[in-house]
Design a protein around this ligand. Structure first.
Ligand SMILES: Cc1ncc(COP(=O)(O)O)c(C=O)c1O
Length: 394
């Protein structure tokens, strides 16, 4: 009666629901403060003051027409402001014509993929990856090609990348700062990837788009700089959102920035604006386009997350967990002390610790901790991690 594919995909992602239900059950038994739920990437800080002020002002101002349809790409004044900011930050001559406002990064990714994919075109993603990519690629008839990362850095394995590119490769999705590892790709690796791509594009006479999914770009620590993808890759598209940087995931606001150097960029952009409309998004939420235009310089205080990272990272590594120190985003991705990461997170539930298996990110043998919980909760969870380590790390 229903789409077979949807039913299959639903069961593939059923562990998310299972974890959620487990959490609800435990909270009822032990009380919410005794359950340490590290599963969701749902920012817990409130949006910055400037965002709330902009929202209040806009609502009180009540300009006529502010709730109407607009150009499917979004308000020109908002796109212009954003283009200026991107130009300043990247040094690339981006204009409002290169910006499309979207319903978050998820909406943006679907719009880009819909616009470029023909049936069975291949899209490369790097494991571990944000699991939704596989569904987005499938939504538009593409084929997922998973390429491993270098396990000591979690940056793309360049040799494997080179070998994975075929005449059918249409796009590569990169995500830095990364969910689930927190790694920021270095300029050196990105430049090498650009060389590999250019030589393969020449060999096959193809265009391969680099889709840079960047919702965590403002959440970096220790002065780390995220290299500009627009500067490094000619055929690049940045997909970004304010879900994490302004803690607004429920408001569904983001954008696509297209590299003006892409051949036929006007046609490409027109295609994406059409897809934004026909995928049913129509346009990004009107009110929040205006809000973010007033708050472009705002970011949630990354220090909040850095403190949490340090507390968890120091504790876990002291206990003997192997883990790369994240430079951004709000996740840790330690190695599971036993090969079966699903079994490991199942056993962690005995200590009221809710974690996500690496398997869900195409990377078995690891697990993800999302530190979108208060420092207090993290402090209270430390003995539980200690008990877990006692059971598994000798
Ligand atoms: C890597 C990555 N990309 C995209 C998204 C989707 O973000 P948005 O809420 O902007 O659609 C998320 C959300 O968690 C994410 O982690």
């Amino acid at each position: 009666m229903f789409s077979q594919k949807v039913i299959e995909n639903l069961s593939r992602s059923s562990w998310i629901r299972a974890m959620f239900e487990e959490g609800e059950k435990l909270r009822k038994i032990h009380g919410p403060d005794k359950v340490f739920d590290f599963t969701l990437g749902n920012p817990d800080p409130e949006p910055p003051k400037g965002v709330k002020e902009a929202l209040n002002n806009l609502v009180l101002e009540e300009k006529p027409g502010m709730h109407r349809y607009m150009n499917n790409a979004g308000y020109p004044d908002v796109r212009e402001k954003l283009a200026n900011q991107i130009k300043q930050e990247s040094g690339v001559e981006v204009t409002l014509e290169n910006i499309i406002m979207t319903c978050g990064a998820a909406g943006g990714l679907n719009v880009v993929l819909k616009t470029i994919l023909n049936p069975d075109d291949e899209v490369i993603i790097f494991a571990p990856f944000f699991a939704e990519y596989t569904f987005y690629i499938d939504n538009h008839g593409g084929k997922v090609v998973v390429v491993p990362t270098n396990m000591s850095t979690f940056e793309p394995d360049l040799e494997a990348f080179k070998n994975a590119i075929t005449p059918r490769t249409k796009a590569v999705i990169i995500n830095s700062p990364n969910n689930p590892t927190g790694v920021v790709y270095s300029e050196e690796v990105l430049k090498k990837m650009a060389e590999v791509l250019e030589s393969k594009e020449n060999e096959f006479s193809t265009t391969v788009f680099v889709i840079s999914d960047e919702p965590y770009v403002k959440l970096v620590y220790d002065g780390v700089k995220v290299p500009s993808v627009l500067k490094i890759f000619k055929n690049s598209v940045v997909v970004n959102s304010y879900s994490k940087s302004l803690a607004l995931p429920g408001e569904r606001i983001g954008y696509i920035a297209v590299n003006p150097a892409i051949k036929d960029v006007a046609l490409f952009t027109a295609g994406m604006i059409f897809c934004n409309r026909t995928l049913g998004y129509v346009n990004a939420p009107a009110l929040f386009q205006k809000v973010i235009a007033e708050a472009l310089d705002e970011t949630v205080d990354a220090e909040i997350y850095r403190e949490r990272r340090d507390m968890l990272y120091n504790h876990l590594t002291n206990l003997g967990f192997e883990c790369i120190k994240p430079q951004g985003a709000f996740y840790l991705f330690p190695k599971s002390p036993i090969a079966d990461d699903v079994e490991f997170i199942r056993r962690a539930v005995n200590y009221n610790l809710l974690l996500v298996p690496g398997k869900g990110f195409g990377c078995p043998g690891y697990f993800r901790i999302s530190y979108c919980v208060s420092l207090e909760t993290i402090k209270n969870s430390l003995p539980a991690f200690e008990a877990l380590a006692k059971e598994f790390i000798k």
